[in-house]
Design a protein around this ligand. Structure first.
Ligand code: FES
Length: 164
């Protein structure tokens, strides 16, 4: 007797599955919908784990390696769980020269976690990012894709008062 394959458990709710399916039909080019679908996954799970990428690949009818290649190429997608407030400090050249290393140390001390690790309550994580397009405000700081401005001890100390 041939063993039957166990059904793959989806890491998504029924509603989320519908959303992902809708992204397959949204654009004439599948890849455009794939990026949006992965952005949804990142929002829901605060990361894109391999099981989620595998299910997205199934839904889009793409090989897993193709989807995983997209996930690992774009820094928008993480393979670690971010905090609800995803703090980024730029470490591009202008920001490095303006003291991004000091800002990183300040973030670690203020939030109490190392880079790419969420706080125990899941509210914050921080990471170094590539040029945020705000070199005139170096070292630039952002929270959830919103530019905050210059990363100073003062602006970093105010992060914990921010509402999502
Ligand atoms: S190098 Fe940091 S914003 Fe451009």
């Amino acid at each position: 007797m041939t063993p039957t394959k166990a059904p793959v458990q989806s890491p998504f709710s029924a509603e989320q599955e519908k959303t992902l399916l809708a992204w397959t039909k949204e654009y004439p080019y599948t890849n455009l919908g794939l990026i949006e679908a992965l952005r949804s996954v990142q929002d829901w799970h605060r990361q894109v784990e391999p099981a989620a990428a595998a299910r997205v690949a199934e839904i889009f009818g793409l090989p897993f390696n193709h989807v995983w290649g997209v996930v690992t190429f774009f820094p928008t997608f993480t393979q670690w769980r971010t905090g609800a407030q995803r703090v980024g400090v730029c470490h591009g050249l202008s920001c490095f020269l303006a003291g991004s290393n000091k800002a990183e140390k300040c973030l670690e001390k203020t939030l109490g976690v190392p880079k790419k690790r969420a706080t125990a309550d899941g509210k914050f994580s921080w990471e170094a990012m590539e040029c945020l397009g705000a070199c005139e405000q170096a070292p630039a700081l952002q929270v959830n894709e919103r530019l905050i401005g210059k990363a100073t001890e003062e602006s970093i100390s105010q992060l914990k008062d921010m509402k999502r």
